[in-house]
Design a protein around this ligand. Structure first.
Ligand code: SF4
Ligand code: SF4
Ligand code: SF4
Length: 197
């Protein structure tokens, strides 16, 4: 991984929303570093990130590419628990494990963990998830960060959640593989000698 990609990634807001056209913030950072993507494709980063990227890359500032969406204040997903049918289809879509709930039970979004990426909306079969402006614990709406430090602080938390979710998914995949392999070995052990497979 290049040092430039690391520095670009450190400026991105880490919502992992895919609006830049890449599957997460890190691949977009690598594409910019390799000259394969322009630096104005991240709507959640807004003007603050655009300016910081222009400075880092020593390029003139430019507006956000409207094809990637519009900048907006921090948002969070909210589930209408009356309409939620507990299907759990939103759970694997969340890149930061911000949704809690079990199959056949109402699901809830933990607002402090939600990046507002919107990735849980399409899988919901009853459209009971909506995005609302984010609020702090005292109920005040969280304004669009105007300082890079604030954006990076939130981004650092989102990145930690995203990476720990990735590690958990990898571990679960390995455990499933090991279980399947053990079952196959057991089936082979019990197969009668000379029986055709
Ligand atoms: S936050 Fe920006 S860089 Fe990260 S995935 Fe979304 S659009 Fe791409
Ligand atoms: S709850 Fe939805 S909007 Fe919030 S981080 Fe998870 S997938 Fe994104
Ligand atoms: S996908 Fe929609 S209906 Fe299914 S658990 Fe999630 S919020 Fe509830």
């Amino acid at each position: 991984m290049s040092e430039l990609a690391d520095r670009i990634d450190a400026l991105l807001p880490q919502t992992q929303c895919t609006r830049c056209g890449y599957p997460a913030c890190r691949p977009y950072a690598e594409a910019i570093a390799q000259g394969e993507a322009d630096f104005n494709q991240c709507p959640p980063g807004g003007t603050v990130t655009l300016r910081a990227l222009a400075q880092l890359l020593n390029r003139p500032e430019k507006p956000l590419n409207p094809r990637n969406g519009l900048a907006q204040p921090p948002m969070v997903a909210v589930i209408d628990e009356v309409r939620c049918i507990g299907c759990a289809k939103c759970l694997p879509a969340c890149p930061v494990d911000a949704i809690i709930g079990a199959q056949r039970f109402t699901h809830t979004v933990v607002a402090e963990l939600c990046t507002g990426c919107e990735l849980c909306l399409p899988p919901c079969p009853v459209d009971c998830i909506e995005l609302q402006p984010a609020h702090d614990p005292d109920g005040r709406s969280i304004p669009t960060p105007t300082a890079l430090g604030e954006l990076q602080r939130r981004g650092g938390e989102f990145r930690r959640r995203y990476e720990s979710g990735l590690a958990r998914r990898r571990r679960e995949t390995e455990e499933r593989r090991a279980l399947i392999a053990a079952k196959k070995r057991q089936a082979g052990h019990w197969r009668k000698p000379g029986a055709s497979s």
